[in-house]
Structures are given as structure tokens and as C-alpha cells.
Design a protein around this ligand. Structure first.
Ligand code: FES
Length: 293
């Protein structure tokens, strides 16, 4: 069995759900302030924050492993390990925020990922203590064990991203199925004022749902699948969030600015795919932006 198939099997096992769900509720309660959640998700950045932050512990720990192999450079390795331990804390918080609002299979693998990361952190913290007490050999054994643990955990994180689409924009995936031609969405007068309406766009082999929002003579058209987890945006609502009129997802409340598609409230961190619009003889025409054509 390949590693990927093994990880998929783990994601199918419900045995630990009765532990995972209470843990998720604890994370959700601890991250209650929306501003804190948005900060950790990366909503303000327009990109998930967790994969950005993990670069620091991964980079410092790998570098420390190399420096530890060269005796005169071992003091520098200790500094890097300390920097990695400090950087792992915000990286873990961002990961926990994302994990708490993911699908079941991602949460199961994410729980394994989290336990392994905490173990790696513990091994590195133990390594720092051992080095501080002059027990360099033990310190190096612990840090190499931590590197092995963190590396294995990173493989699971990669599977969550690349095979389970955790953190990926589900809207961008849906957009790729859409025709690159102008799509006739029907008469402007048929669209309700100030709330999203379902329209469909032609895809390669399937029809792609779109969410059209009319405000007077202006129409904003988005891919209908929310960038977070494909929630039906055409069943959402229009709401003011901060200074922006936003389209709000009915599933987890992510809000996207109508003018730009940028996320204004999480858990979404990726923007929502927005189509170009023109009105022609009273009919609404929409087309994918150039980056998809
Ligand atoms: S699917 Fe989660 S906020 Fe839209």
C-alpha cells in the first residue's frame, strides 16, 4: 500500500472522532473572537497563513540538523532550534484555526498531524534543555528525533493540502471547469435586488453554478462554490462587513467583498473567483477573468 493510500485509510477511520470533536470545540471556543480567527486563517492576507508560518520552524530545524553535523557550528544550531521552537507556536495556532473548520477527513488526518507536531516541539524543547545543561549528545539525539517527527508530520500536511484540498481555493477549482466565452445570464431585470441569485455557466461537461448579485444597474458575478469548502454562495446573503458590501456564505459565514471578491471575514482565506460582467441590450453577460483563459 502506498503512503498516500495509507493516509486516505486513516482519514476514513471514525474511531477517534469522539476525541477529535471535543478538541475541535475547545479550539473553536478558544478562538472565539472573529478578529483573532481571521488573523490566524490569513483572511487579511488573502492566503492561508499556516503554510507561510511553518516555513520558519521547518527551515530553522533543517538548518540546525546540518549545523549539528559540524562540531564548531553547534552553538549556532542551538540558536536555530530556539528560533524554530518560538516560531512553531504561532504556526500551530494558525494550523489549529484552519483545522477546526475543515471537513471530517481533513480533521482526522489533521489530528495526527497536530499530535506529531506537538511531539516534535516537545523533542526540540527537550533538546534545548539538554544543551543548556551541557548534555550536547542527548540534545542532538533529541533534535534529530524531532526532525524526523516534524518531517513525517510535514508529509501528512502535504497530503492534506494536495490530496484533500485543505487550504486550496475550491472556487478556483470550480472556475477551471467553466467556459472562457461570454456567458449569457439572462435579463438584468430578472435578477432580484440586493441578494444572490443562482445562474449557471457552461462548463466542459457540467454546468457550473454562479452567484449573481444585482445592486441597481450593477451586477457582480462569482463562481457559486465558496473558496473555503464549496458552500453554495447563491444561497447566501448580502451583508455589510466592515466598510464593504459582502456576499456571505451560508455554510460557515465567510464574507467576500462584492467589489473585488477579496475575503473580509473567514474562515475563507482565499478570494472568491469573480467574473467580468457587461450588460448588453439589457442582458447580463459574464466571463472568466484572463488568468483562467
Ligand atoms: S464553505 Fe465554508 S465559508 Fe463557505
Amino acid at each position: 500500500m502506498s503512503l498516500m493510500a495509507f493516509l486516505d485509510r486513516v482519514a476514513d477511520v471514525a474511531t477517534f472522532d469522539k476525541v477529535i470533536e471535543p478538541a475541535r470545540q475547545v479550539v473553536l471556543a478558544a478562538l472565539k473572537p472573529q478578529a483573532l480567527k481571521d488573523l490566524l486563517h490569513g483572511t487579511w492576507l488573502g492566503h492561508p497563513l499556516h503554510p507561510v508560518l511553518v516555513q520558519v520552524p521547518v527551515g530553522t530545524w533543517v538548518s540546525a540538523g546540518l549545523l549539528d553535523a559540524i562540531p564548531p557550528l553547534r552553538p549556532a544550531a542551538t540558536v536555530l532550534i530556539g528560533a524554530g521552537v518560538a516560531a512553531a507556536v504561532p504556526a500551530s495556532l494558525a494550523g489549529a484555526a484552519d483545522w477546526s473548520e475543515q471537513e471530517t477527513g481533513v480533521r482526522r488526518l489533521g489530528a495526527v498531524h497536530a499530535v506529531m507536531n506537538i511531539s516534535a516541539l516537545g523533542l526540540y524543547a527537550g533538546s534545548l534543555i539538554a544543551r543548556g545543561r551541557g548534555r550536547g549528545t542527548l540534545g542532538r539525539v533529541l533534535s534529530y528525533a524531532g526532525l524526523g517527527m516534524a518531517g513525517s508530520s510535514a508529509a501528512i500536511g502535504g497530503h492534506m493540502s494536495y490530496a484533500q484540498s485543505s487550504g486550496a481555493s475550491h472556487a478556483a477549482t470550480a472556475a477551471r471547469a467553466l467556459t472562457s466565452d461570454w456567458i449569457d445570464l439572462g435579463p438584468l431585470d430578472d435578477l432580484p435586488e440586493g441578494r444572490p441569485a443562482l445562474r449557471t455557466g457552461e462548463g466542459d461537461s457540467v454546468e457550473v453554478p454562479l452567484a449573481a448579485v444585482r445592486r441597481g444597474e450593477r451586477v457582480d458575478v462569482f463562481v457559486g462554490a465558496c473558496s473555503h469548502l464549496s458552500g453554495p454562495l447563491y444561497e447566501g446573503a448580502v451583508e455589510k462587513v466592515g466598510a464593504d458590501e459582502c456576499l456571505v456564505c451560508p455554510w460557515h459565514g465567510s464574507a467576500f467583498a462584492l467589489d473585488s471578491g477579496e475575503p473580509r471575514r473567514g474562515p475563507a482565506a482565499n478570494p472568491q473567483e469573480k467574473l467580468e460582467v457587461r450588460i448588453e441590450a439589457g442582458r447580463v453577460m459574464a466571463r472568466l477573468p484572463g488568468r483562467h483563459r
